[in-house]
Design a protein around this ligand. Structure first.
Ligand code: C5P
Length: 293
């Protein structure tokens, strides 16, 4: 019998999921919280490569690869594969994945969720499985509440626990900084520290915003309800936000998800200089600059 032929490796960017706002509006009987969130996906992320026909396995590389489990019970890439095999009733192997982990772990920007979503996209496209976006979303949700929104990696209004998705309003072109002080924060611990679980939803968003100033004025009326409880657990987040607000070019700063990564929106073209200035002052912080689109 001849060995299966190796296909060319295919790579996808698993973009960071950034919550510009995150309102917690309720809690379900199973403990999951109901959210109302505006989510964006800057071009900053992990890289996932899949080679079909090669030996089965998962190799993890990159600055945040150390300490990440590569077994199928714990790694979301392999869990995504298993979920897809169960759903299609097909054995998909042999598949070799290489994950280059450049997003910090447990940091509020959905790194693991985005890796799982990239794995689902890669398998569906490269193995020509022909699953529709709806079906992929159904497979994605049990893997994590953020996995469905990461599938398309398009700006979205996200509700329910993460499964109700709607296109986001048109946002102005601007720069973005993602900054993490090098501390992992436990998402369940932050939700637990949130005292009020029934907060008001986001104010209605217009279809588009005239400019960055108008957009940020609207964002100021929104919240991240997890920011205060996260700061109570990890006070360094407050230091990050204060520092970001004082950087030249920054017009808006907030924590993403359950933290500790914070975002700053910048006047377009000023994000790189702002990032470099911050890096010089805080060499141990993880700092990435990009654009909102
Ligand atoms: O769904 P995911 O595994 O990413 O969520 C991690 C944890 O965050 C959950 O176990 C739950 O404690 C909390 N969570 C929540 N409500 C959500 C999303 C996450 O309570 N909508």
């Amino acid at each position: 019998m001849t060995a299966p032929e190796n296909k060319a490796p295919a790579t996808q960017l698993a973009r960071a999921k950034v919550n510009l706002s995150l309102h917690v509006t309720g809690q379900r009987g199973d403990g999951y919280h109901l959210l109302d969130s505006l989510v964006v996906f800057p071009k900053i992320g992990d890289r996932l490569t899949m080679t079909a026909g090669s030996a089965d396995g998962l190799e993890i590389k990159g600055p945040f690869g150390e300490g990440l489990a590569s077994d199928s019970d714990n790694n979301l890439v392999l869990k995504a594969r298993k979920a897809l095999e169960q759903r299609t009733g097909r054995e998909l192997g042999p598949l070799h994945f290489t994950l280059e982990k450049t997003l910090p772990i447990a940091s509020g920007i959905g790194g693991g969720s985005s890796d799982a979503a990239a794995a689902l996209r890669l398998m569906n496209e490269e193995l020509a499985l022909g699953l529709e976006e709806r079906e992929l979303e159904e497979i994605a949700l049990p893997l994590g509440a953020d996995v469905p929104v990461c599938l398309a990696s398009r700006p979205a209004l996200m509700r329910g626990i993460g499964e109700q998705l709607q296109a986001a309003p048109n946002m102005p072109d601007c720069g973005i900084l993602l900054v993490n002080p090098g501390l992992a924060v436990s998402t369940p611990a932050v939700f637990k520290a949130l005292t009020n679980k029934t907060n008001s939803p986001m104010p209605e968003a217009p279809q588009s915003f005239a400019d960055l100033e108008v957009f940020c004025a609207w964002l100021q009326q929104t919240r991240n309800d997890l920011q205060a409880p996260a700061i109570s657990i990890c006070p360094e987040i407050g230091v990050v936000l204060d520092t970001l607000e004082k950087l030249p070019g920054v017009v808006f700063a907030r924590m993403s998800g359950s933290g500790a990564t914070c975002l700053a929106l910048c006047v377009k073209g000023q994000e790189t200089a702002a990032g470099l200035k911050l890096k010089a002052a805080r060499p141990n912080w993880w700092i990435q600059a990009g654009t909102l689109a």
